[in-house]
Design a protein around this ligand. Structure first.
Ligand code: B12
Ligand code: SF4
Ligand code: SF4
Length: 240
């Protein structure tokens, strides 16, 4: 019934899930499709992201719930959106979920992901202040989105302040050194425990920089993953 219509994204925009891209499943590379376990009748993949501060503002207003409040909010919001605006459609939320999905690879197909020394996608509009919040497959028939004509600010960035700002030298040498970054973040009183100095030095999209509380929240989560990794592996990062 929505054949060729534009995705009705206003509800998602208002909720802070303000980046959306519709792919026809038959336009996706076989390697991407293989990871999705497509079911009969499913026709489209809807990639949903957030850019800037609104997601966090709306999340605060609706209440932080669950083990991962951002994932929890994103899932609730997508379910609510389908119930309200697309009740006749079947959908499955693949991310957040347990299935490994290469989000930056999907972002590259949508034109959202531009590589950067930080390894986080950085584009000229949002800088690094965006992320992927949901991947949905559905039996919808919306007009596929044109590839976003974004571009990377990095090639024209004078002096790459991100590289100079990293106290661990993790961005030098043209390859992100996750080990060096992790080791530095795990130090007692590390200035990178709850935020990335390199990311904050990047001038691109700085007007969209997250609220301090959101930065602390997200970095505390990634630090916990890093700590768990070293604990599980019984490794001592300080000595490596
Ligand atoms: C595992 C993971 C991590 C791990 C390690 C990353 C790694 N590659 O080993 C840890 C826990 C350290 C991590 C941390 C962060 N991550 Co992370 N991470 C992921 C995750 C779940 C899987 C990446 C992966 O390994 N894919 C498998 C490989 C085979 O896929 P790939 O597409 O071929 O590889 C790409 C990525 O691996 C990436 N990459 C490679 N090395 C590194 C290293 C780092 C630090 C990062 C961020 C990316 C990255 O570049 C590859 C080419 O595009 C993705 C979400 C996803 N499902 O894709 C998020 C993701 C890459 N992370 C993201 C973010 C934002 C972060 C953090 C900034 C979160 C935070 N606020 O703390 C930090 C930054 C790093 C830091 N300084 O701590 C975002 C990036 C958004 C964007 N704009 O591009 C993603 C896409 C999640 C999301 N929902 O949007 N992350
Ligand atoms: S500081 Fe410059 S080189 Fe580094 S991520 Fe930002 S735009 Fe790219
Ligand atoms: S978190 Fe710290 S050590 Fe890691 S890349 Fe950012 S500035 Fe460098």
């Amino acid at each position: 019934m929505n054949k060729g219509a534009a995705l009705p994204g206003g509800f998602l925009d208002e909720a802070g899930l303000n980046r959306q891209h519709v792919f026809a499943l038959d336009s996706l590379p076989a390697a991407v499709l293989a990871a999705l376990d497509i079911q009969p009748g499913e026709r489209q993949l809807i990639l949903i992201g957030h850019g800037g501060r609104r997601l966090w503002e709306r999340l605060q207003a609706s209440g932080m719930t669950g083990d991962d409040p951002i994932d929890d909010y994103s899932t609730r919001t997508v379910r609510h959106w389908f119930a309200r605006e697309l009740p006749e459609h079947r959908f499955r939320i693949l991310f957040p979920g347990t299935r490994p999905i290469g989000l930056q690879a999907l972002g590259a197909l949508a034109g959202w992901h531009q590589p950067s020394p930080l390894m986080i996608g950085v584009d000229a509009e949002w800088g690094s202040w965006y992320a992927y919040r949901a991947v949905v497959v559905a039996d919808t028939d919306f007009a596929p989105s044109p590839r976003h004509a974004g571009h990377s600010p990095c090639p024209t960035c004078p002096d790459a302040p991100c590289i100079r700002a990293c106290p661990a030298g993790a961005l030098q040498g043209g390859r992100f050194d996750l080990e060096a970054c992790s080791r530095y973040r795990l130090r007692p009183d590390s200035p990178c425990a709850e935020g990335c100095l390199a990311r904050q030095a990047c001038p691109a999209g700085s007007e969209h920089r997250y609220d301090d509380a959101q930065i602390r929240h997200s970095y505390a989560r990634s630090l916990a993953v890093i700590r768990q990794y070293y604990a599980t592996e019984n490794r001592t990062p300080e000595r490596r």
